[in-house]
Design a protein around this ligand. Structure first.
Ligand code: TRP
Length: 487
């Protein structure tokens, strides 16, 4: 039975046209625990803060992974004084217990941080600690007296402490040239973080990880350079970011060995990624493969990076990384951060087959970054769009609309309406998407051709990156050796 107050609140939302689902859970203390229980990250959590200003109370709605910038709030509201409401004030105004604020309170104004709108659905309070509401993000604009504003910066809260993010590290395996999924899911996130200017960003081609599964040495040597060129063509600036091959900084491997002294074999044997790989390559079950996550932890922690833009499939590896950081800090008194994942907007790019994720290893699933308009059109036209009996979206149609949201977001509503009233011509939607994808890729392709031709420049980027990275890496290894009694 849902509590009367929660139902009443749900009805109020319905009256306002704010769509939501109701999720049930045990009474958990922190938003983070609730999200974990429900299977979401902090980036998909809403926090409503009630604050007092000289003009009365306001509500500020932000994502769980961003932190408020009071300067921005003051500017957006045109006010000078701003403080959190006390527990007393909070209870009196909202009528709910602290920690359970929902999104409709009797305040002068509600500001919604613009980063909230990067998601399509997001979880927030319901007035009860036993229920979480999952809101349609676009509907939040219907909150009375509300406005969207830029009031936060991206920041990360880990379980124990709040740490200011300084370094970002990420890596891509050199198993093949990048495709559209990598570009949207990873590289665009790399760029976004580089552009903020708030972090030191280090982006790596993890060639040593690529040799943990069967590979061809000639192909590897070629591919790894292609990825560096892809990074540069996508707009990464080697003056701002450090761009490296993992193997150019051998300290990663050294640190991985030191780390392996605090890692249990059984823990590694049970990782889903390891199990998948040994199924794929039953004759290649090697120590290197088992060590994969330890090397990944070394990649990140050697730079003491606290933010890692990678796909959700890498979460188990990040968990291992945090465990290693904790153990090293406990046993040897190091100061490794516990890094968290940075989720990008396009992190899940569906396969063109309508099933699963876009992947290099599934034929017909991906668009190459170097595809021509013709090729892209052909591939997008091949997305299956057979309609289902109940008029629901088939997975192929959903895939198309995901691409539509990413590439022609302004026209999505128009196409959705047409879909609903049965007048949609799929070819039109498909070609509009294909054209937009090509428009995004064209400048990339032009830049790529120029960069690829400039061998000297690419060599220099690789050399310079290695030099800058090694400086940091050597320091960390030196510190670890000292603390472990090796010097
Ligand atoms: N395991 C990552 C993947 O398959 C690649 C990787 C290796 C990585 N080291 C890393 C990603 C360090 C981020 C940070 O996608």
């Amino acid at each position: 039975m849902i509590d009367g107050k929660v139902l009443e609140y749900s009805n109020e939302l319905k009256r306002l046209g704010i769509n939501h689902e109701i999720l049930e859970h045990p009474e958990l203390v922190s938003v983070e625990d609730v999200q974990k229980y429900l299977g979401f990250g902090l980036d998909e959590a809403l926090a409503t803060l009630i604050m007092k200003t000289e003009k009365g109370f306001v509500a500020l709605i932000k994502r769980g992974d961003s932190s408020l910038e009071s300067k921005k709030v003051k500017k957006a509201l045109g006010i000078e004084s701003l403080r959190m409401a006390t527990d007393e004030e909070f209870k009196k105004l909202t009528g709910v217990v602290p920690g359970a604020a929902h999104i409709l309170h009797k305040v002068e104004r509600t500001l919604i941080d613009e980063r909230v709108f990067e998601k399509t659905k997001i979880n927030g309070g319901s007035g009860s600690l036993l229920y979480t509401f999952r809101y349609e993000v676009q509907d939040l604009k219907k909150i009375p007296n509300s406005q969207v504003a830029d009031i936060t910066k991206i920041s990360i809260t880990t379980t124990s402490t709040s740490i200011g993010v300084k370094r970002v590290f990420s890596g891509i395996r050199a198993t093949g040239r990048l495709h559209l999924g990598n570009y949207l899911g990873a590289v665009k996130g790399f760029l976004e973080l580089e552009k903020t200017g708030e972090y030191e960003t280090i982006y790596c081609v993890v060639d040593v990880h690529s040799i943990t599964t069967p590979y061809d040495k000639n192909v590897l040597a070629k591919n790894k350079r292609e990825i560096i060129i892809d990074y540069l063509a996508a707009g990464l600036d080697p003056k701002k970011s450090i761009i490296i091959y993992q193997s150019s900084v051998p300290e990663h491997i050294e640190l991985a060995f030191y780390f392996s002294t605090v890692v249990n074999v059984a823990r590694m044997l049970h990782l889903p990624t390891y199990k998948d790989k040994i199924k794929q390559h039953p004759h290649f079950v090697t120590m290197a493969l088992l060590n994969y996550p330890v090397l990944m932890a070394a990649d990140i922690l050697i730079y003491k990076a606290s933010l890692v833009p990678v796909g959700i499939d890498q979460e188990p590896h990040l968990e291992v990384t945090r465990e290693i950081a904790r153990k090293m800090n406990q046993i040897y008194g190091t100061d490794f951060p516990e890094p968290v994942r940075f989720a990008t907007k396009g992190e899940y790019i569906p396969s063109l087959t309508g099933e699963g994720k876009m992947s290099k290893t599934v034929a017909g699933s991906f668009i190459n970054l170097t595809d021509s308009l013709e090729e892209i059109r052909k591939k997008i036209r091949s997305v299956p769009t057979a309609t289902t009996a109940g008029g629901e979206m088939s997975s192929g149609v959903k895939t198309l609309f995901t691409f539509a949201e990413l590439f022609i977001s302004k026209e999505v509503d128009k196409y959705k309406k047409a879909f609903e009233d049965g007048s949609l011509k799929f070819v039109e939607l498909k070609d509009a998407i294909a054209d937009a994808i090509y428009q995004e890729l064209k400048p990339f392709q032009e830049r790529r051709a120029k960069i690829a031709a400039d061998t000297k420049y690419v060599d220099e980027v690789i050399r310079d990156g290695a030099e800058r990275a090694r400086k940091i890496a050597r320091e960390t290894v030196k510190e670890v050796k000292e603390k472990m009694g090796l010097t």
